[in-house]
Design a protein around this ligand. Structure first.
Ligand SMILES: Cc1cc2nc3c(=O)[nH]c(=O)nc-3n(C[C@H](O)[C@H](O)[C@H](O)COP(=O)(O)O)c2cc1C
Length: 185
């Protein structure tokens, strides 16, 4: 395993993936990392949905595409290998992190779990990219129907964080200078 500083500083948003599935051991490792993140009042009510089925991924992409603003549709299509809209960049998996909407701090709990998962993915030589569209569409009727009927999501739950996940195709360079912006008083 790489050391902590290397994992944190090397991690990049990966948007090019090999056509290679995740293993059950990958998912167990990532779910553990996500589950060990802090949660408000220690409630741990969040759920981690690893969507690996191509049919489910295609259905989710169609829902996101239908609601996508033209600028977003164009930006994402420009970033995919085949130039077609695919909000998860043809990754072999998408992770949705959901929590009870009426919980104490669902957004914070899901995002903390997501950061653990992103770092764990890099530590395991996997690639991941945060995806904001499922959060943006969390109240969309089609998205809710998909979540409840295809994922079995409790109607009281909402998606607060998501990412694409898979084996990176190549190395993603550091595209923007990272700032620390520390203020010490
Ligand atoms: C809240 C949030 C939403 C993001 N949404 C998307 C997204 O929808 N699609 C995407 O390709 N990247 C998305 N990103 C990834 C950022 O573009 C990326 O983290 C940023 O450009 C810095 O690059 P790095 O992750 O390689 O350090 C998101 C990141 C965050 C934190």
């Amino acid at each position: 395993m790489k050391d902590f500083e290397t994992i944190v500083c090397e991690r990049r948003s990966v948007r090019d993936f090999l056509d290679k599935p995740l293993t059950a051991a990958d998912i167990t490792f990532l779910a553990k990392a996500a589950g060990y993140a802090p949660s408000g009042l220690g409630c741990q009510t969040r759920r981690f949905y690893f969507i690996v089925g191509t049919e489910q991924l295609a259905a989710l992409n169609a829902i996101i595409e239908k609601s996508a603003a033209p600028a977003m549709r164009e930006r994402i299509s420009r970033r995919t290998k085949d130039g077609n809209f695919c909000f998860y960049y043809h990754a072999p998996a998408v992770v949705l992190i959901a929590d009870k909407a009426e919980g104490y701090a669902p957004m914070q709990d899901c995002c903390l779990a997501m950061q653990n998962l992103l770092l764990a993915a890099h530590a395991r030589h996997l690639g991941a990219c945060y995806l904001n569209q499922p959060y943006e569409q969390r109240e969309n009727a089609d998205f809710r129907a998909f979540a409840e009927s295809r994922l079995g999501m409790d109607p009281a739950y909402r998606v607060y964080a998501a990412c694409a996940l898979g084996h990176p195709d190549g190395v993603t360079p550091l595209l923007i200078k990272k700032q620390t912006n520390a203020i010490v008083i």
